[in-house]
Design a protein around this ligand. Structure first.
Ligand code: C5P
Length: 229
């Protein structure tokens, strides 16, 4: 089940397919398609990447009223992706609507607090009085109550999510860097090996692979470290 998911943060179809073409037939990485690429190319890019044999995490982070999320998720459920997500801040009712619309056609996970949100901003701008870890554990429990399969969180939070929701509840974690690579704009980072030790089920890795001189080698190295193979 554990795997490395490459964040395909490319602006368009051309660059995405050019990137994926570097991987040999028979070695198809799990990929993440996010808002930028989806908004630029629409559902066609999802179908095209899927037709090439990749598993897909469609990272659109839905957050709206339950009825709208239900209808949007019904549309997305027809794309045949492997993982979809919503914001836990949308409430249990909204997450439940998403689950009902998606059924078991894909794993469904919730974003707890974005890793870009600091505890100070959470308190001062969002007026959330609880501390970050308590908020994340609470949102994860809400996601579980709504029937979701897991959450997206920092690898540093995977343990507290598992403590709150059980070991089978998935922790999908971005913020991964090799020990010797640049942090870029990520702050709370860990290596693939450390993410495994901390209990991550899937690591989401962007620039350490997409910007590497040899992306296929970087992906293999990442899998080797994360899966301890
Ligand atoms: O290039 P990098 O490895 O930093 O990419 C991480 C990916 O994970 C990006 O697609 C980013 O949007 C996403 N992500 C994140 N932190 C979150 C949620 C998603 O970095 N909390």
């Amino acid at each position: 089940m554990k795997d490395v998911i490459i964040a395909c943060d490319f602006a368009d179809r051309g660059r995405t397919l050019e990137f994926l073409a570097q991987f040999p037939e028979g070695e198809k990485p799990f990929v993440k398609i996010g808002m930028e690429l989806f908004y630029a190319e629409g559902p066609a890019i999802v179908r095209e990447v899927k037709a090439r044999g990749h598993r897909i995490f469609l990272d659109l982070k839905l957050h709206d009223i339950p009825n709208t999320v239900r209808k949007a998720m019904t549309v997305l459920s027809g794309l045949g992706v492997d993982i979809c997500n919503v914001h836990a801040a949308g409430t249990v009712e909204m997450m439940r609507a998403a689950r009902e619309a998606l059924g078991d056609r894909a794993l469904l996970v919730a974003v707890t607090q974005l890793t870009s949100t600091s505890e100070q901003r959470m308190r001062e701008e969002l007026l959330i009085g609880a501390d970050m870890n308590a908020t994340i554990a609470h949102y994860a429990r809400n996601a579980k109550a709504a029937g979701l399969d897991g959450v997206v969180c920092s690898p540093l939070e995977a343990g507290l999510v598992k403590n709150a929701c059980g070991t089978d509840f998935l922790a999908i974690t971005p913020g991964i860097r090799f020990a010797d690579s640049a942090a870029d704009d990520q702050v709370r980072i860990t290596t693939p090996a450390r993410a495994r030790e901390l209990g991550s089920d899937f690591i989401v890795v962007g620039r350490p692979i997409t910007a590497a001189a040899d992306p296929v080698a970087a992906w293999r190295k990442c899998k080797k470290e994360f899966l301890a193979i």
